[in-house]
Design a protein around this ligand. Structure first.
Ligand SMILES: [Zn+2]
Length: 58
C-alpha cells in the first residue's frame, strides 16, 4: 500500500502551497471547506473538497 503523491499536471512539480478556503453554499445549508493546492513552480491551482481525499499530512 503506497501513499499517493500529488504532482502538478502541468509541470510535474511536487512542491505545493496548501491553502484552505471556505465556501458557503448559496442556500446556506452547508459550508464546504475546500483545500487548494498551489504549485510553487507554475502556480497551478488544484481544488479539493475533502482534504483527506488527497493524502494524510499528519
Ligand atoms: Zn506546476
Amino acid at each position: 500500500m503506497t501513499t499517493p503523491r500529488l504532482s502538478c499536471p502541468l509541470c510535474r512539480g511536487t512542491d505545493f502551497q496548501q491553502e484552505t478556503a471556505r465556501q458557503d453554499s448559496r442556500w446556506g445549508l452547508t459550508s464546504h471547506r475546500m483545500t487548494l493546492m498551489i504549485c510553487r513552480r507554475c502556480r497551478y491551482v488544484l481544488h479539493f473538497y475533502d482534504k483527506h481525499s488527497i493524502f494524510d499530512f499528519d
